[in-house]
Design a protein around this ligand. Structure first.
Ligand SMILES: Cc1ncc(C[n+]2csc(CCOP(=O)(O)OP(=O)(O)O)c2C)c(N)n1
Ligand SMILES: [Mg+2]
Length: 404
C-alpha cells in the first residue's frame, strides 16, 4: 500500500496527535487522519493481532523469568500501540535499530519472537541474523544504537538509495529508544549528525515516563519533543497508546526520509506498565494510582473497542486470536526450556563480516585455554576447585596464552 501523496510532517510540538481515543472513538486530523484512513479492515485487524500476540509473548517471557528460565526480561507491556503501530508503517527494505524492549517491532518485522529469548537466557550474545528482517540486534547500552542508525542511514545515502523516486529503492532507518536515552550523549550526537547530513532516519522515542526509577520530568523540564526541534529536526508528539496515530506519524516521517527530506524526531507518549526489568520493583518509587490512570488508556483495549463498534472484527476473530496466542505461549515455553548455549568460541563468529586476524588469534587462544581442561570432561573449567581437572602445567600454559 502506497501513500496517495507525500506528506511532509510539520513541527507540531505543542500538540499531541491522537486519532483514536481511549474510548475507541476516531478523531479528525487534517494531516495524519488521511494516512490512517488508508488502513482497511484487514490492516486494522493485523495491527490488533500483532499487539495481542506481542502482549502474550511478553507475558510468557515474564513468567519464564520468574520461574528461573530466563536471567532477565524487559517487558513491553503497555507500549504495544507505539511499537506495533509505528512498525506497521515500515517497508521491508527499511532498517530498524531497536533498544531492548521492542518486542512488538520484532513481531511486526516477522522475526520469530522466540529468538529474542537466548540473550535474556544468557546463552547467546545475539540470537538472530539482523539482515534477515532488517532488524538489528538488541542494544543494551542505552542510546548507543542511535549512532549506529545514523551511520547506517548515511550509508544508505551514499548508496544512492534516497530520493530517487523509486519506491522499490528508497529506504529509511528507524532508531527506537526511550525517554531516558535522550539524555545520553550518543543520542544527542546522533541527532546532530542526522541533522547536519540530512540523513534518512527517524528517531522514535517511546516516552514511557520512566528511566528505571527516574521520571521523565527529571530528564527534561519541557516535553521531550522539543529536543528534536532544538537540533533543527522536524518533530512530532503522538499519543503512543494510539496505534493508528503512531502508524500515521511514522508513515509520514518514513516517506519524508526516503524521499530525501531528512530526519524526523517522534515522541510517542506512552507508559511502561510493568517494571523496568524483572530486576526492578516499581512499587518503591511510583504510585499505583498513576499505573491505574494509564491502564485506562490501554492501546489494545481501545483498538478492540473501535473494531467492535465499527463491526470490523467479529467474535470469531477475537476467539481465534486468543487460541493462537495460547498456542504460541506453549511454543515459547518449550523453545525457551530447550535452549542451550553453544561453544564459548561462538562469541567470535560475528564480530566482523569477514575473518579478522586479531579475532582469529583470540578465538584460538580461548580454544587452547579450554582444551587445557579437556581431560576433566565438559564444564571442568567452571569447577570452583582450581586444583581439580586438567594438570596444572597445561592450565598454566593455556592461561599464559590467554593473557598474552
Ligand atoms: C550507557 C548506559 N548507561 C546506563 C545503563 C543502565 N540503564 C539500563 S536501562 C536504563 C534506563 C533507560 O531508560 P529509557 O531510555 O527511558 O528506556 P526504557 O527502559 O524506559 O525503555 C539505564 C539507565 C545502560 N544500560 N547503559
Ligand atoms: Mg523510559
Amino acid at each position: 500500500m502506497q501513500l496517495e501523496s507525500t506528506v511532509v510532517p510539520q513541527t507540531r510540538p505543542d500538540e499531541m496527535v491522537q486519532l483514536l481515543d481511549p474510548a475507541g472513538h476516531r478523531h479528525e486530523d487534517p494531516l495524519y487522519g488521511p494516512i490512517a484512513a488508508q488502513l482497511d479492515a484487514e490492516a486494522l485487524r493485523a495491527i490488533y493481532r500483532d499487539m495481542v500476540l506481542t502482549r502474550a509473548f511478553d507475558d510468557e517471557a515474564t513468567a519464564l523469568q520468574r520461574q528461573g528460565e530466563l536471567g532477565l526480561w524487559a517487558q513491553s507491556l503497555g507500549q504495544e500501540g507505539a511499537q506495533v503501530g509505528s512498525a506497521h508503517a515500515l517497508a521491508g527494505r527499511d532498517f530498524v535499530f531497536p533498544s531492548y524492549r521492542e518486542h512488538g517491532v520484532a513481531v511486526v518485522r516477522g522475526l520469530d519472537p522466540n529468538l529474542l529469548l537466548p540473550v535474556f537466557r544468557g546463552v547467546r550474545h545475539g540470537g538472530w541474523d539482523p539482515a534477515a528482517h532488517n532488524f538489528h540486534l538488541y542494544t543494551f547500552v542505552v542510546g548507543a544504537h542511535a549512532l549506529h542508525a545514523v551511520g547506517y542511514a548515511m550509508g544508505v545515502q551514499r548508496d544512492g538509495d534516497v530520493g530517487t523516486g523509486d519506491d522499490a529503492r528508497d529506504r529509511a532507518v528507524v532508531a527506537y529508544f526511550g525517554d531516558g536515552s535522550t539524555s545520553q550523549g550518543d543520542v544527542n550526537e546522533a541527532m546532530i549528525f542526522a541533522a547536519s547530513n540530512n540523513a534518512p532516519v527517524v528517531f522514535f522515542c517511546q516516552n514511557n515516563q520512566w528511566a528505571i526509577s527516574v521520571p521523565t520530568t527529571t530528564q527534561s523540564p519541557v516535553p521531550l519533543v522539543h529536543r528534536g526541534a532544538g537540533f533543527g529536526i522536524p518533530s512530532v508528539r503522538v499519543d503512543g497508546n494510539d496505534a493508528l496515530a503512531c502508524y500515521a506519524v511514522t508513515r509520514a516521517a518514513l516517506e519524508r526520509a526516503r524521499s530525501g527530506g531528512g530526519p524526523t524526531f517522534i515522541e510517542a507518549v506512552t507508559y511502561r506498565m510493568g517494571a523496568h526489568t524483572t530486576s526492578d520493583d516499581p512499587t518503591r518509587y511510583r504510585a499505583g494510582a498513576e499505573e491505574e490512570s494509564w491502564r485506562a488508556k490501554d492501546p489494545i483495549t481501545r483498538l478492540r473497542r473501535y473494531l467492535e463498534d465499527e463491526r470490523l472484527a467479529d467474535e470469531a476473530f477475537f476467539a481465534a486470536l486468543d487460541d493462537e496466542a495460547a498456542t504460541r505461549r506453549d511454543g515459547t515455553r518449550a523453545f525457551c526450556r530447550a535452549l542451550t548455549g553453544g561453544p564459548h568460541t561462538e562469541m567470535f563468529d560475528h564480530v566482523y563480516t569477514a575473518a579478522h586476524p586479531l579475532v582469529e588469534e583470540e578465538r584460538a587462544a580461548l580454544a587452547a585455554y579450554e582444551a587445557g581442561f579437556a581431560d576433566a570432561g565438559p564444564g571442568a573449567h567452571d569447577d570452583p576447585d582450581p586444583g581439580a581437572g586438567a594438570p596444572a602445567d597445561t592450565r598454566g600454559a593455556a592461561r599464559e596464552e590467554v593473557a598474552r
